[in-house]
Write a protein that binds this ligand. Structure first.
Ligand code: 5GP
Length: 205
């Protein structure tokens, strides 16, 4: 039973499958979607901006957010803490927008247990070889980090069957188009019409 008119869209993938670029394009192309900005204790990478890519915070503050029940979910990924502030959902739904998440399988599992309607999309790289190539090419991680991410990619991929939709990212433009059409179809699902009686009355002759 759907309780809210708006829903949550989770994009998960191993690092390097293109999820971040895809999510940025999606919010540019569909103004009914907001991007959820997570809090993290990891340090800012070159080119990243606070409050745009993440809220970069200290571990002490992260822990106080957990204690004050301000996070919808949180997880340890690659030794850093990541979490979704509840406020992100509240703000987005107030503006009647659906909310897109770039989070891992652990976050997806927790969100699915929430009162919200969650659509899970898993993005796979075309091949293992291509994933390794992309991770090396983006040059933002150290060699050690790249090696760790390759190791973890396998464990992230082992969760793809838990998602509603699975997509191989061969081409950014095509993948964005496919995800936008998945989201649009979801909006037209019968169970998403909150007040069905009122809706039927409108079309009774
Ligand atoms: P990165 O450090 O490369 O930005 O992200 C590392 C991983 O953490 C990615 O798989 C990303 O999807 C995940 N992640 C980012 N924010 C969150 C969050 O709020 N919760 C969870 N569970 N994972 C997150």
């Amino acid at each position: 039973m759907v309780k809210h008119k708006n829903f949550l869209i989770v994009l998960s993938s191993p690092s390097g499958a293109g999820k971040t670029s895809i999510s940025r394009e999606i919010i540019k192309k569909d103004n009914r979607i907001n991007l959820s900005i997570s809090v993290t204790t990891r340090s800012k990478r070159k080119g990243e901006k606070n409050k745009v890519d993440y809220y970069f915070i200290k571990e002490k503050y992260f822990k106080s957010m957990i204690q004050e029940n301000k996070l919808m979910e949180h997880a340890n990924v690659f030794g850093n803490l990541y979490g979704t502030p509840k406020q992100e959902v509240i703000n987005s739904f107030k503006k009647n927008k659906d909310l897109l998440f770039d989070i891992d399988w652990q976050g997806y599992q927790k969100l699915r247990e929430s009162e919200f309607d969650v659509i899970g999309i898993f993005i796979l790289p075309p091949s293992k070889k291509e994933l390794v190539k992309r991770l090396n090419k983006r040059g933002r991680d150290t060699k050690q980090e790249v090696l760790e991410r390759i190791k973890l990619a396998e464990s992230e991929i082992s969760h793809f069957l838990e998602y509603d939709y699975i997509l191989i990212n061969e081409n950014l433009k095509e993948s964005v188009k496919k995800i936008l059409s998945i989201i649009e179809s979801e909006r037209h699902k019968r169970e998403r019409i909150i007040n069905l009686t009122k809706f039927i009355d409108k079309f009774r002759f």
